[in-house]
Design a binder for this molecule. Structure first.
Ligand code: ADE
Ligand code: ZN
Length: 345
């Protein structure tokens, strides 16, 4: 790696800097082409005639209208190799974006509900993680997400199914339809997960109110908030998040596609950083939202002129600091980052 020259465009720097991705639903990386290939391989019928017709349906009015299509897309995943192929395709994209570490969410209930064994899902994903480390030098971890539109009982059952594979995932999260499904619904499941030594995260304050962020902190005892952009509606909550150095995994292109913000130029990420929040940039469901991680950085920095090299450095550093890895790995990535930025800051 060479160091930054004074004239290197910001875009080149954003692409080149090492970074971690902490909010990526691996099922949301399933590109239409791969959906069609797997549908054919597995003899699954699709509602859409072509890749183009499927892609044309990706016009969402809110979170739920996206989730309906996202769960339908995942219906082509049946075999261990399907899960491997999906995750491997993501890791190849991640390598191109200079992602050195990724923490992948997966939604087991989307698959076990269709009769796919938990073992099939986790073996395929784990295999891709191993190969990404060997062949691409990317470190990764898996985080099991509970679907919040389903019951507490279903979440407990899923946790039981996952326990034989405890060493294959490092934490649990909470995703799917946020409104009407507050974190409190899963307080007991998360207490059990904490007893098991799992890391804890939850989606909160994407579409749901800031009170859901407070519940995630107080009841689930999360270590990161996924999204969290609606925290700004409660200044005392912002102060708390700053004080506790609670990371937010923010997903700019997702927020525009799901109409959390009308335009990227309305996004509050620059304001969050300005207020001292530990914000990170992530892709969420890149196959559905118009771009992988570097695309999120580039479009965001183009839309928000307050963001420059200093903020790029801070966001990359935050992604390492907020990751669930040992101190030595974080320090090594910071050194790589310092080398890329050189004397530019
Ligand atoms: N599942 C996949 N993407 C999600 C999002 N942005 N919010 C909630 N659940 C999700
Ligand atoms: Zn998400």
């Amino acid at each position: 790696m060479t160091t930054l020259t004074h004239h290197e465009p910001l875009n080149a720097l954003l692409r080149r800097m090492p970074k971690a991705e902490l909010h990526i639903h691996i099922e949301g990386s399933l590109e239409p082409e791969l959906i069609f290939r797997l549908a054919q391989r597995n003899g699954v019928a699709l509602k859409y005639e072509s890749v183009e017709a499927l892609r044309a349906a990706y016009a969402f009015k809110d979170l739920q209208s996206f989730l309906d299509i996202y769960y339908a897309g995942a219906s082509v995943l049946l075999k261990e190799e399907d899960f491997f192929d999906m995750a491997w395709a993501y890791f190849e994209r991640a390598a191109a974006d200079n992602i050195v570490h990724a923490e992948l969410f997966f939604d087991p209930q989307t698959h076990t509900e269709r009769g796919v064994p938990f073992e099939t899902v986790i073996r395929g994903l784990h295999h891709a993680c191993q190969r990404a480390h060997q062949e691409l030098g990317i470190s990764s971890r898996l985080i099991l997400c509970f679907l919040r539109h389903l019951s507490e009982e279903d979440a407990f059952r899923t946790l039981e199914q996952a326990l034989p594979w405890r060493q294959y995932f490092i934490g649990v999260g909470l995703d799917s339809s946020e409104r009407g499904h507050p974190p409190s619904k899963f307080e007991r499941v998360f207490a059990r997960c904490r007893d098991l030594g799992l890391h804890i995260v939850a989606h909160a304050g994407e579409e749901g109110p800031p009170e859901y962020i407070e519940e995630a902190l107080d009841l689930l005892k999360v270590e990161r908030i996924d999204h969290g952009v609606r925290c700004v509606e409660k200044p005392e909550l912002v102060q708390r998040l700053v004080r506790e150095r609670m990371p937010l995994t923010v997903c700019p292109l997702s927020n525009v596609k799901l109409r959390v913000f009308d335009r990227l130029s309305d996004h509050n990420l620059a304001a969050l950083l300005e207020q001292g929040l530990v914000a990170t940039v992530n892709s969420d469901d890149p196959a559905y939202f118009g771009g992988y991680l570097n695309q999120n950085f580039i479009e965001l920095f183009e839309a928000l002129p307050q963001l420059g090299a200093r903020e790029a450095y801070q966001l990359a550093l935050n992604s390492f600091e907020a990751s669930f890895v040992e101190r030595a790995a974080k320090d090594a990535w910071k050194q790589q980052l310092d080398h890329v930025f050189g004397a530019a800051l």
